[in-house]
Design a protein around this ligand. Sequence first.
Ligand code: ATP
Ligand code: MG
Length: 579
Amino acid sequence: MRLTKMLFVTQREDPADAEVRSHALMARAGFIQKLAAGIYVYGPMMWRVLRRIENIVREEHDRQGCQEMLMPAMQPKELWVESGRWDRYVSEGILFHFKERKGSEVCLGPTHEEVITAFVRRQIQSHKQLPQILYQIQTKFRDEIRPRFGLMRGREFIMKDAYSFDVSAAAMAESYALMREIYRSIFTRCGLRFTPVEADSGAIGGSGSEEFMVDADTGEDAIAVCRATGYAANVEKAVSRIAAAPEPATDVAMHKEATPGARSCDALVEMFPDLPLQRMLKTVLYRAVFGDTEQSVAVMCRGDREINEVKLLNHLGAVALEMADEALVRKATGAEPGFAGPIGLDSEVRLLADHSVEGVQGFLCGGNETDTHYLDVYFGRDLEQPETADFGTVQAGDLMLDSDDAIEITRGIEVGHIFQLGTKYSEAMGANFNNEQQKLEPMWMGCYGIGVSRVAAAAVEQNHDDGGMIWPLPIAPYAVHLVQMKAGNEEQDALADEIHDSLEAAGVDVVWDDRPKVSPGAKFKDADLVGVPLRIVVGRDAGERKVEWSLRAGGGEREVLAVEEALKRAQELCAEAGR
Ligand code: ATP
Ligand code: MG
């Protein structure tokens, strides 16, 4: 493909709203253009990348016997009422929904459990038809609270979603294990460095949920990793052991102290420099929502630890959890925010404690009175230790539960999620099969998602430099960037033309910068920005059939090669990368 024939427009400046490099670089290179918040046009280069990712996804699924299909994006409300998800998705605001001409409501699918379950319940009657794994690659719609980072968190995005149907929990686990292997092959083939991590499976519980994280410092997800044991878990789910708090030197009676303006641990540390942070217990108030009812909840936690709201939500079995607003704090504590504590809390508030408070004695806690804290408090002596469970967030330096190996925190971008659903949807929607004894049973389901458009953004987030994107060869928009220094020079024209045709004939896709009025410097800048992995430069040595060969990822190292050698290398590398 000649650049002079392409719609090729690049910009020098980052768009003002780009918070991460992948967004800025893709926008500058014309790969994406914003239409509205979280809604993007995919330009021709971007579409080539997305199709490459889709094809890898497709091949790896098909190879293992999964079957591709396509479901409608528009879905009737009734299905979502059947599964019980309509109200929650509407109240969370994630669902795009509207009334159609005749007055009934429809939504644009954020995911397809309902539609696939409705499809399968009419297609499958017998255990003889199971197992099945069905998938589609399709546009999804989610009215995200904070659409951002370009394609990373869109409101309209491309997802591959797969669903498995089995006769039993054990068979479901087998389908799940197969999908895990498929996901590993997909992300490996895409040329990405990634980490599969244990993930929270929410209220559904069940035995399995894993996320596939592309390793990137700018990722939205924090991951707890133990290099020694290979443990890796999303911090929403991760568990650890923490060092005990230092014990108090003397056994003093509990007393109240004036702590004017000390609403945070930082302020308290300044006020009581001799008291270790581990003996300052904070009490955080929440509003937990359960369908129609609500409950105020207070959670105690050590001053040096943070509360994990996902664990708390799961423990409570709540639909949603919000930090208490000022009115609720005043009602629960009788004080301004910042002085909540376990002693003298409103009796309607459910008091819980994180594991980190276990064994802590002689501690400080809020006084439930403005500008007041209790000091030298002892569990057992001054109050009972409340119901305790793990509501803590793992921190760097924590230890594994069953060994002395340390945990570190890294970051990643969630590009895939696999999930054992059990019979949640099949029971709610009556997707049953006749077992061998001719008895009706609900099917065991799994669901498996890959954010195809997010994969592209994550690839750039992981692979870029100051000059631009560096596409992994398997998913790059083109394999070779052919830069002709001087278009119009006869020798260069002839050689570039020959290279272009030979590459295309060999099935190696090439973009040929044949622009006549653009300086070599500007051509190299554009080539760096676009990030095509292999580069061949036709210049001064064209008469001797010599070219300059370099890799976009190679830090600018160039080699002068005979044309034939450059062509051979390009073909070999493409074959290695499976393209
Ligand atoms: P997140 O936690 O990032 O909001 P999720 O857990 O809600 O994602 P899933 O329902 O597991 O997402 O969707 C499957 C995959 O789709 C995710 O692993 C992710 O790669 C992708 N995805 C989800 N939301 C978006 C989005 N708003 N924009 C682009 N890709 C997305
Ligand atoms: Mg997910």
